[in-house]
Design a protein around this ligand. Structure first.
Ligand code: S5P
Length: 363
């Protein structure tokens, strides 16, 4: 396994996906190959955990539908606030949505609906059971999103500027939709998203607002970016669920191989896999493997002692085995950290173990 023996920083130089390159650089910078699975139930718990554990991780994985009070507002809501914490601490957000439907439906679930996942989550994943069309459809949505985002970023807006005549809307009460005419019309035509979508996109102006009840620890994040690295690129990435950690799952070798083939067809969108081992087999495979089902034995025991499952089908392996032996790149840890007496300290213990396993691997 050539790739498994290369350093993360070397791999960053040749990664075909801008977000993969960024992630690999983050890993080298933070000496971390740890992803926190932030499976908590409220917005405050999520943001506080993200802020506390942020320095130790490179990816934070969410299940937005576990959050009872997920706030869908695109600029002041949970996703947007999480985004500011991510910038500040230097990690990517990964919504573990496991899309699993026909192409058209997954496209809509990714971009529309209650959460508009594509707007706040750098990475998401897909369950390939319905076939490769789901991956094609998500890739297409990501291209369109990027195109629209280009105009959002370019458009310099001052709140209060009158709306250009050419975009005059029926809704007279909407006074916060200033849009410089040239960019506005271009965005309208090119993105093809219609007037409403263009106007919605302008709400990025108000990104500085926070709900009044924000806890102090993360209310002032503004647009700060972690020192040593620039802001994440405006790209979206996909992980294909190619192997699972759960007992008796139905993902056969042939299935996993089909996932790899689909990934190779979309090297500009598919960053890698959720898998139990590296799936890089061809010489030009540069995918990133992220692996859940990871726990360390208690500190009092040997680091490589067996870890029991959770009694609900989950099976665990140690970071040493997953990174060192199986060639995985990032371990995903949920309850091992969240349920610990001191999650911050425990996250550091996981980070160190997983990083040592990587250093041994490339030595
Ligand atoms: O095969 C898998 C794939 C995933 S994404 N097995 C998993 O456990 N997961 C997710 O990883 C799962 O949904 C959960 O969010 C996390 C594991 O959590 P833990 O508490 O068992 O570490």
């Amino acid at each position: 396994h050539n790739v498994a023996q290369a350093s993360y920083s070397d791999r960053a130089k040749s990664a075909p996906h801008p977000l993969s390159a960024y992630l690999l650089r983050l890993m080298a910078l933070k000496k971390s190959n740890l992803c926190l699975s932030a499976d908590v139930s409220t917005t405050n718990q999520l943001l506080q955990l993200a802020d506390a554990i942020g320095p130790s991780i490179v990816v934070l994985k969410t299940h937005y539908d576990l959050i009872a009070n997920w706030d869908y507002n695109p600029t002041t809501g949970t996703g947007a606030r999480l985004g500011r914490i991510a910038r500040r601490h230097g990690f990517l957000i990964f919504e573990d949505r496991k899309f699993g439907d026909i192409g058209n439906t997954v496209q809509l679930q990714y971009t529309e609906g209650t959460a508009k996942i594509i707007d706040w989550s750098h990475i998401t994943n897909v369950n390939m059971i319905p076939g490769k069309a789901a991956v094609d459809a998500l890739a297409e949505a990501a291209v369109r999103w990027r195109e629209r985002k280009r105009y959002e970023v370019k458009t310099d807006i001052t709140v209060g500027t009158p709306r250009p005549e050419s975009l005059d809307s029926d809704d007279e009460s909407d006074t916060r939709t200033p849009m410089p005419e040239d960019h506005g019309l271009e965005a309208y035509k090119t993105a093809g998203v219609g007037r409403k979508a263009s106007i919605v996109s302008i709400t990025t102006v108000s990104q500085h607002f926070e709900p009044a009840n924000s806890p102090r620890s993360y209310e002032d994040f503004g647009d700060e970016v972690m020192p040593g690295i620039e802001e994440a690129p405006t790209d979206r990435g996909l992980l294909i669920l190619a192997q699972m950690s759960s007992k008796g799952n139905f993902m056969t070798k042939e299935y996993t191989q089909a996932c790899v083939e689909s990934a190779r067809e979309h090297r500009d969108f598919v960053m890698g896999f959720i898998s139990q081992e590296t799936l890089n087999t061809a010489p030009d495979d540069q995918f990133i493997s992220m692996t859940p089902g990871c726990q360390l034995p208690p500190e009092s025991e040997d680091d490589d002692a067996e870890v029991q499952g959770d009694g609900k089908g989950q099976q665990y392996n140690t970071p040493g085995k997953l990174i060192g032996l199986m060639g995985s790149d990032i371990v995903i840890v949920g309850r091992g950290i969240i349920k610990a007496g001191d999650p911050v300290k425990e996250a550091e213990r996981y980070r160190k173990r997983a990083w040592e396993a990587y250093e041994e691997r490339i030595a």
